[in-house]
Ligand binder design. Structure first.
Ligand SMILES: *[C@@H]1O[C@H](CO)[C@@H](O)[C@H](O)[C@H]1NC(C)=O
Ligand SMILES: *[C@@H]1O[C@H](CO)[C@@H](O)[C@H](O)[C@H]1NC(C)=O
Ligand SMILES: *[C@@H]1O[C@H](CO)[C@@H](O)[C@H](O)[C@H]1NC(C)=O
Length: 179
């Protein structure tokens, strides 16, 4: 191979390496929808950019019929290619049973650990207070989706349905890109 061409090859390899290493998650949107306003409603639900590196998601849901003793959560991941399509994960977890022993379900644990350090939900049932997700940092999510269990690049949406007594009460959709 001529030296010029090999330099181009090396450059391309380096670029490829840089692209791989700089793989980065960003939040793009969040939507919180109460499906039964006599049961729950969102006090707030937003993304905030403090500066270039510190961005976070916060939400608070008020519960009107406490204590709640039966909770199920459905978590489904979507990836965008001509609209959002189901991608790899779709699980429904009995949250009250899961919270008694979070080691019982490794996949649920993987998703739970995105929120646990930032939420006031890490206790066993019943739930007798408003639920808060306080400043879930993009850097924390970034670390989990690029190193703990790497995902391919793309635009994603995590859709979660919150069911109490087997009735769907709220939907939270978190949008993000991995580039
Ligand atoms: C971004 O804001 C956070 C929180 O106020 C601060 O700790 C951090 O140093 C800031 N980073 C930059 C690059 O300004
Ligand atoms: C997830 O699975 C449930 C039960 O099989 C199904 O009803 C639901 O439509 C699925 N959701 C998605 C996004 O595929
Ligand atoms: C919940 O999380 C907080 C903060 O991380 C921790 O101090 C507390 O011990 C946890 N509670 C349970 C029941 O795990």
């Amino acid at each position: 191979m001529c030296p010029k061409l090999s330099r181009v090859v090396v450059l391309l390899l380096l670029l490829h390496l840089v692209v791989k290493i700089s793989s980065k998650f960003e939040f793009t949107n969040v939507e919180c929808i109460s499906l039964d306003k006599t049961f729950d409603d969102f006090e707030y639900c937003f993304l905030k950019s403090v500066n270039r590196t510190y961005k976070y998601l916060s939400l608070k849901v008020n519960l009107f019929k406490t204590p709640i003793t039966k909770v199920k959560v459905n978590v489904a991941l979507f990836k965008r290619l001509n609209g959002y399509r189901p991608f790899m994960y779709n699980i429904t977890v009995d949250a009250c049973r899961f919270l008694k022993n979070t080691n019982s379900n490794p996949l649920a644990m993987y998703f739970w650990e995105f929120f646990k350090p930032y939420s006031n939900m890490n206790h066993t049932c019943p739930f007798d207070h408003d639920l808060i997700l306080d400043k879930l940092a993009v850097s924390f999510v970034n670390n989990r989706v690029t190193t703990v269990l790497p995902f391919p690049e793309g635009a994603y949406m995590l859709e979660t349905h919150w069911m109490a007594y087997d009735i769907d009460r709220a939907v939270v959709k978190i949008y993000g890109t991995l580039s």
